[in-house]
Design a protein around this ligand. Structure first.
Ligand code: HEM
Length: 453
């Protein structure tokens, strides 16, 4: 007798839309989280014409990725990503295969390995120093500091200097371009759910026009970088070595680190006792110095917990980057998943699971929850996966964390922070913007007073 194929649970579907309408009205990771609370940590949704597996608990993620990481390491061909990545000629959106393996290997070797990351210490120190000096100067006139802008420029400058050999300083236009790229990559695109006619709708709904404009602007920026680089090859000093990883690093690297720094400062301003504890620690560790140095960082245990707790509550890429199964396989529960199934891993839902994160309750920002916990964010512990999992996990983790730690330590060591007049702690919002990277929607603007060191 022919046995019927067993599918994971799924909410009721509408004709044509399937479950797509259930993603409307909220950010996709929040809508999916709500659905998972009702239908469980493993769901099969029909998003338009695309069957999509949604993973929302650490257990399910572990049971799938431990045995099947390879099969779950493809990427779907998403409409905006195709245009913006020159037909998937990048690392993040490249299909699983030889090309992806090769470019990822080169990026790690030249830019992201622990050895290379350590070698960029001068660049990190100089750029963090510039930020602290800029804030110190503005603070004398009692001007509010737009930390969202400053953190983006810090992360961009560091990436541009180490990856392209030059920074493209403070050009507001570049940030606007990057913001639009993130929006295009993160918002729901009709062609990703109805590939056979969505491309037509994108011609009339304005998406193609935005995409072409953004593509052109990015392309001109990359051209400028490459031309500068070719020019500088002849004048490069001995020992200087730069590679061009133009598009991927710019898009994947700077936005995420900047978003993390802003979320950390947001939570610290909302939680003054945590701010004080973190500041006390860094003041003690770096006592007598003008700046916190990289060799101080291993001693900043509480600061590291603050960062970890922020990555839990505000993972900058809450749905990671979508995956695609590369072959059929049978997963936990005996469900048969065909090849080319799209997969969302809801890292944010996983990090809010009350079965794991109960003391204190998962909505509360409390770095102390990590005091007696061995959970790390490096991809081994499925309870906390802001950098993703397995062979497709983020190769920029070490690069990002070192910059975040150094920048944060100095922001807390060199400056005291307060809210602009007439603003209270409760006025600090945590509203998220649409995008592949989840930024704080409204910029974080604060007052700073330099500490006498
Ligand atoms: C706080 C900072 C960062 C966070 C939270 C973050 C998070 C992520 C996530 C969630 C993914 C997808 C992983 C998956 O599918 O399992 C990813 C991929 C990636 N990230 Fe990061 N990232 C950060 C910083 C960086 C930096 C600084 C770089 C480079 C300079 C970088 C380069 C990449 C690349 C190239 C990929 C694609 C990997 C692949 O598809 O093989 N990221 N990142």
């Amino acid at each position: 007798m022919h046995q019927q194929k067993k599918n994971p649970p799924s909410p009721r579907k509408l004709p044509i839309l399937g479950n797509l309408h259930q993603l409307f009205g909220d950010l996709p990771h929040s809508s999916l989280h709500k659905l998972a609370k009702e239908h469980g940590p493993l769901m099969l949704l029909q998003l338009g014409s695309i069957p999509t597996l949604v993973i929302s608990s650490a257990n399910v993620a572990r049971e799938i990725f431990k045995p099947h990481d390879l099969i779950f390491s493809g990427r779907p061909e998403l409409y905006s990503a195709k245009r913006l990545s020159y037909e998937f000629n990048d690392i993040s959106f490249a299909p699983y295969g030889e090309y992806w393996r090769e470019v990822r290997k080169i990026a790690i070797l030249e830019l992201l390995s622990a050895k290379r990351v350590n070698s960029f210490s001068t660049v990190r120190n100089e750029e963090v120093n510039i930020v602290i000096n800029t804030i110190t100067r503005s603070s004398s006139s009692n001007t509010t500091i737009n930390l969202s802008e400053l953190m983006l420029s810090l992360a961009n400058n560091v990436i541009c200097r180490v990856a392209y050999g030059k920074k493209f300083d403070g050009e507001a236009k570049n940030y606007e371009i990057l913001k639009e790229t993130q929006r295009l990559l993160g918002e729901l695109n009709v062609a990703d759910f109805y590939p056979w006619f969505g491309w037509f709708l994108n011609k009339v709904n304005g998406v193609d026009t935005r995409l072409e404009k953004n593509f052109k602007e990015l392309d001109e920026f990359y051209d400028e970088v490459i031309q500068e680089h070719i020019g500088s090859i002849t004048t490069r000093r001995e020992g200087e070595h730069h590679e061009d990883f133009v598009d991927d690093m710019f898009i994947a690297g700077s936005d995420t680190s900047a978003a993390t720094l802003v979320w950390i400062m947001t939570e610290l301003m909302k939680n003054p006792s945590t701010m004080k504890k973190a500041q006390d620690e860094v003041k003690e560790v770096a006592k007598g110095k003008k700046r916190v140095e990289e060799n101080d960082l291993p001693k900043l245990k509480y600061l590291k917990m603050v960062i970890k707790e922020t990555l839990r509550l505000h993972p900058p890429v809450p749905l990671l980057v979508p995956r695609l199964t590369t072959a059929p396989c049978t997963i936990i529960g005996g469900y048969e998943i065909p090849a080319k199934t799209r997969v969302f891993i809801n890292a944010k839902a996983i990090a809010m699971d009350p079965n794991v994160w109960h003391t204190p309750n998962p909505n509360v920002f409390k770095p102390e929850r990590f005091l007696n916990s061995s959970i790390e964010y490096k991809g081994q512990d499925f309870e906390l996966i802001p950098f993703g999992v397995g062979r497709r996990g983020c190769p920029g983790l070490g690069f990002a964390v070192l910059l975040i730690e150094l920048a944060l330590a100095n922001l807390l060591y060199c400056l005291d922070w307060s809210l602009p007049k007439e603003m209270t702690r409760d006025d600090i919002d945590i509203v998220e913007a649409v995008g592949l990277t989840t930024h704080k929607k409204n910029p974080l603007c604060l007052l700073a007073a330099p500490r006498s060191l």
